[in-house]
Design a protein around this ligand. Structure first.
Ligand code: G3P
Ligand code: CA
Length: 269
C-alpha cells in the first residue's frame, strides 16, 4: 500500500481540496479551508508567495488583480505584483467579493494564519511553493514558518504535510534542507527522467489530461526519497467522469476544486 493511503493496492484515491474547496468559497482563503472541513475533506492544497516586506502569504497568481480589489484600493500600483505590496497593504484588500457578496471582507491569509486554521480543523496540507524564482530563499523561509507552527514535529511531518512545486530546484532545496519533509514535483516527467526525481521527491503530480495507466504504473515502480513507491496526485479534476478515469489509472490522489463531488464519484466506483 502507499504511504499516505490512496490508489496503490486498489483503495479509492485520496481527495485533496484545491486552493481549499475553491468551487464553493474564494480560493486560498480561510473560508475555503473551512468549506473543505465542513465537507469532511482531510487534505487541502494551497499556494505560497512572499510580500514586499518578506512575509509569506497564501495566493495563487503572482499579482493581486484577479482575486482581490487591489485595482480599486491602489489604482496607481500596476501591475499589482504580490512582491511589490507590504503585508499591511495586502491585509486591507478584499479577497472575497470577486467570488460572491457573502464573502466581502475575506482577507488574503498569511501562511501562519492559514496553518493555524488547517490545524484547528485537524486537516493535512499539500503546500505549493509558487513562483520560487521570484522569491529567493522562500524554501528555507517556508520551512521556518512550518517549524515554528509545529508542522515539522516528528509525529506530524511524515503524515500530514507534503511540499510541492513546479520547480524541481525548489523541491530539491526543500529536501536538502529538511529531509524528513515529503515532497512532490508538479509535472509529467518522462519515465527516463524519473530516477533523477526519485532522489528528492515522494510524489509526481501531473495534470490529469497528461497521463495514462502505463505512465502511472511506471511512476509507481520507482522508490521515492523516503523509501516508498513514488505516488501520483493528479490535478485539477472536477468532473465525475474525469475522476473515475484517473482513479482507473491507479492514481493515489486527486486534487479538486469540488472535492466532495470527486470523493463521491470515486467511491461509487
Ligand atoms: O496542486 C496542483 C495544482 O495546484 C497546480 O496548478 O496552477 O492550480 O497551482 P495550479
Ligand atoms: Ca497550486
Amino acid at each position: 500500500t502507499s504511504a499516505l493511503a490512496g490508489g496503490i493496492g486498489g483503495e479509492p484515491p485520496l481527495v485533496i481540496a484545491h486552493r481549499g474547496a475553491s468551487a464553493y468559497a474564494p480560493e486560498n482563503t480561510l473560508a475555503a479551508v473551512d468549506e473543505a472541513a465542513e465537507r469532511d475533506i482531510e487534505w487541502v492544497e494551497n499556494d505560497v508567495q512572499r510580500t514586499k516586506d518578506g512575509e509569506l502569504v497564501v495566493l495563487h497568481d503572482d499579482n493581486l488583480r484577479r482575486t482581490t480589489d487591489v485595482e480599486e484600493v491602489f489604482p496607481d500600483r500596476a501591475p499589482w505584483k504580490v512582491k511589490d505590496f507590504t503585508t499591511a497593504e495586502i491585509a486591507r484588500l478584499d479577497a472575497g467579493s470577486w467570488f460572491g457578496p457573502e464573502y466581502a471582507g475575506t482577507r488574503v491569509p498569511t501562511l501562519e494564519q492559514y496553518l493555524r486554521r488547517v490545524e484547528r480543523h485537524h486537516q493535512k496540507l499539500l503546500l505549493e511553493i509558487k513562483n520560487p524564482v521570484l522569491y529567493p530563499g522562500i524554501e528555507q523561509q517556508t520551512l521556518k514558518v512550518l517549524g515554528n507552527e509545529g508542522w515539522l514535529d516528528r509525529k506530524h511531518v511524515g503524515t500530514r504535510l507534503i511540499v510541492q512545486s513546479f520547480s524541481a530546484d525548489s523541491i530539491r532545496t526543500v529536501h536538502a534542507l529538511k529531509p524528513s519533509v515529503r515532497t512532490g514535483f508538479l509535472g509529467t516527467p518522462s519515465v527516463a527522467e524519473l530516477p533523477a526525481y526519485s532522489e528528492f521527491t515522494d510524489l509526481i503530480n501531473p495534470s490529469h489530461g497528461s497521463i495514462s495507466t502505463g505512465w502511472v504504473a511506471a511512476v509507481h515502480a520507482f522508490t521515492g526519497a523516503h523509501g516508498s513507491p513514488l505516488e501520483v496526485f493528479a490535478w485539477t479534476v472536477d468532473k465525475a467522469s474525469d475522476a473515475r478515469r484517473v482513479a482507473g489509472y491507479g492514481v493515489d490522489g486527486i486534487i479538486s476544486n469540488k472535492p466532495d463531488a470527486v470523493r463521491e464519484a470515486v467511491q461509487d466506483g
